[in-house]
Structures are given as structure tokens and as C-alpha cells.
Design a binder for this molecule. Structure first.
Ligand code: HEM
Ligand SMILES: CC(C)=CCC/C(C)=C/CC/C(C)=C/COP(=O)(O)OP(=O)(O)O
Length: 287
């Protein structure tokens, strides 16, 4: 297997943003520079666990991935000939992540890393994805655990800001995914996966994307009213700008006859939205 194929099946772009969630959680805790060394094992363990979870997700979903245009190319990388070996490698990656966590970070942070793995692989992929349109709403908690893993890495305690970051990612997930899924309704229908836009149609799906985004934006401005949520000046400025553009993005389909291109643009912006908000949160104790 080539390195680019390994990065593809381990969903490296997703892992990168998941790692940024963990870093934002880590920096939400007031600490000193000598604690920053803990970022190394945190990112190593989080990356290994996230990539392992993604590989297990791809192994488990081989049957449906071949039915969807967006994922059918994965069959050339993961298939009936090599999935056992790939699963073993993925299992060792998870084991390495947990050992690194226990030895170099602490038990509570490692538990949250493992919770992220279990919620993605067992809760979302195996239990919910094929059964209910709530799959990504409940399964979205997988993306929240990295914030808690990051915030407990130093002193083992969760901060109100890390709970805020975890909640932000949780509420961001439906907007992030339903915009993508709207672009692939035929795929999910062909694969028999009950993603919301495939079940209720693109127009009603667009409405629920808007509703979720209004809730996400309302959550994102809480720090303006509750100073206990420590965010820093960059966040205050960026949140207003990014929220405005995210709302604009999810409103576009309504005024452009629900053309799929506008859902695709909203999906791509949803990743930029979260990345920039997380980077702003890195400066929580600086500005
Ligand atoms: C249950 C929750 C989630 C679901 C169902 C979901 C679903 C997806 C899907 C289907 C893709 C397209 C992948 C591809 O076509 O290769 C994607 C891309 C992506 N997701 Fe999510 N996602 C979830 C949570 C997250 C989380 C928690 C993060 C990070 C914090 C994240 C970050 C990304 C990124 C960065 C991409 C890549 C976008 C690109 O390739 O341009 N996702 N997601
Ligand atoms: C700490 C830790 C390990 C956290 C895990 C967080 C994590 C990797 C969340 C991402 C969830 C995700 C991308 C689901 C998409 O799967 P899908 O099956 O819907 O996507 P696909 O159809 O492209 O395979």
C-alpha cells in the first residue's frame, strides 16, 4: 500500500481537524510553557486513534462503500484480500495510542481518546449509521471527545471552555455532514443508508441544516454573554465574521433552487469555519 493510499483510508484530513480540536481543548487550560511538551504525546495518541478508527470504519463499511461513487475507489485499497492485515495494523495503532496516553499523558485523557474511537467505530459506524437518520447527530459526539482529551491532558480536569469546544464540534457536525450528504443523496439511497437528506428530501434537509446552523451560531456566541467561557479577543472577532458567512452559506440553497453546488460550498466552508474558530481559541490565554 502506498503512503497516499494509507492516508486516504485513514482519513488524514479529518484526523488533522480532530487534532486541532484536541489542541484547542489543551490550550483552554491555563498552564505554563513546560506543560506544552504534553502536546506531543497528545497529538501522537490522538492521531493514531483517529486514523485507526477511520480504518476500522472503512473495513466495516466495505460493503456499502463500493455502492457509493464518493467511496467506491477505496475498494482498490481495502478489500476482501487484505482487510484482515489492515485491521491488525489498525488494532496496533489503537494499542499504541492507548499506551502512549497512559505512559506519557494520564488515564483520564486516554479514556477520552478511547471514547472518541468507540463512539466513531461502535456507536456511529456499527450501531447507528445504517439504522437511523439520527446517526450523525448522536455519532457526532465522536468529534467532541478530542476536546475533553486535550483539556484533561495536563491536570486531568475538564474546563467550562473545553465543554464549550466539545459542544461546538457536536453542533457543528450536522451542518458539516448534512451539506455533504445532500450532495450525495443518490449515493446514500443506493447504499440504503438513512442519511437525513436522503430520507426527507433536499428541500426539507436544507431547512434542518439551517435550523442546526442557527443553533450552532447561537452556541458559538455564548462567550459574549458568559465570561466564564474563556475565549480571547481573536475568537470574539472571528466568531461574528464566520457565523455570518456560515449562515449566508446555508441560506444560499434557498435562493438558488437548492442547487447542489451551494451545499458543496457550504460543506467546504464548514471545515474552514471550524478550523479558524479552533485556531482563534489557541490564543485564549494570550490575547
Ligand atoms: C459523525 C460525525 C461525522 C461524519 C458523519 C462526517 C462525515 C464526513 C464525510 C462523509 C466526509 C467526506 C470524506 C470523503 O469523502 O473522503 C467528511 C470530510 C471531512 N470531515 Fe467529517 N464527519 C464527521 C465528523 C467530523 C469531525 C468531528 C471532524 C473534525 C473535527 C470532521 C472533519 C472533516 C474534514 C476536515 C473533512 C475533509 C473535507 C475535505 O476532504 O475537503 N468531520 N466528513
Ligand atoms: C479521539 C478520536 C479517535 C476521535 C474520532 C473522531 C473522528 C475521527 C470523527 C470523524 C467521524 C467521521 C469522519 C465520520 C465519517 O464516517 P463515514 O463512514 O460517514 O464517512 P465515509 O462515508 O466517508 O466513510
Amino acid at each position: 500500500m502506498k503512503i497516499n493510499e494509507f492516508l486516504k483510508i485513514s482519513k488524514f484530513e479529518i484526523t488533522f481537524l480532530v487534532d486541532m480540536v484536541a489542541v484547542a481543548g489543551f490550550l483552554s487550560v491555563k498552564s505554563s510553557l513546560n506543560h506544552f511538551i504534553l502536546l506531543i504525546p497528545l497529538l501522537l495518541a490522538g492521531t493514531l486513534a483517529s486514523m485507526s478508527a477511520s480504518i476500522f470504519n472503512n473495513v466495516y463499511d466495505m460493503d456499502i462503500d463500493k455502492k457509493m461513487k464518493r467511496t467506491s475507489s477505496r475498494e482498490s485499497i481495502i478489500n476482501s484480500k487484505n482487510f484482515k492485515t489492515i485491521s491488525e495494523i489498525s488494532g496496533f495503532m489503537l494499542l499504541a495510542a492507548l499506551i502512549i496516553g497512559i505512559v506519557f499523558i494520564n488515564v483520564i485523557s486516554t479514556i477520552f481518546i478511547f471514547a472518541g474511537f468507540v463512539s466513531y467505530v461502535a456507536l456511529y459506524t456499527m450501531l447507528l449509521k445504517r439504522r437511523t437518520s439520527w446517526n450523525i447527530v448522536i455519532g457526532g459526539i465522536a468529534g467532541s471527545f478530542p476536546a475533553l482529551a486535550g483539556s484533561t491532558a495536563i491536570f486531568g480536569n475538564i474546563t467550562i471552555t473545553s465543554i464549550f469546544i466539545a459542544s461546538l464540534v457536536f453542533m457543528w457536525t450536522p451542518t458539516h455532514f448534512w451539506t455533504l450528504a445532500t450532495n450525495n443523496v443518490d449515493d446514500y439511497t443506493a447504499a440504503g443508508i438513512p442519511m437525513l437528506p436522503s430520507k426527507i428530501g433536499i428541500k426539507r434537509g436544507a431547512f434542518w441544516i439551517l435550523v442546526n446552523t442557527v443553533v450552532l451560531v447561537s452556541l458559538s456566541i455564548l462567550p459574549f454573554f458568559f465570561r466564564e467561557i474563556k475565549v480571547g479577543l481573536p475568537y470574539y472577532v472571528l466568531a461574528i465574521v464566520l457565523d455570518a458567512y456560515l449562515l449566508y452559506s446555508v441560506l444560499q440553497p434557498f435562493t438558488h433552487n437548492y442547487a447542489k453546488t451551494y451545499f458543496k460550498k457550504a460543506f467546504h466552508f464548514s471545515n474552514i469555519y471550524l478550523l479558524l474558530l479552533l485556531i482563534a481559541l489557541f490564543f485564549v490565554n494570550v490575547v
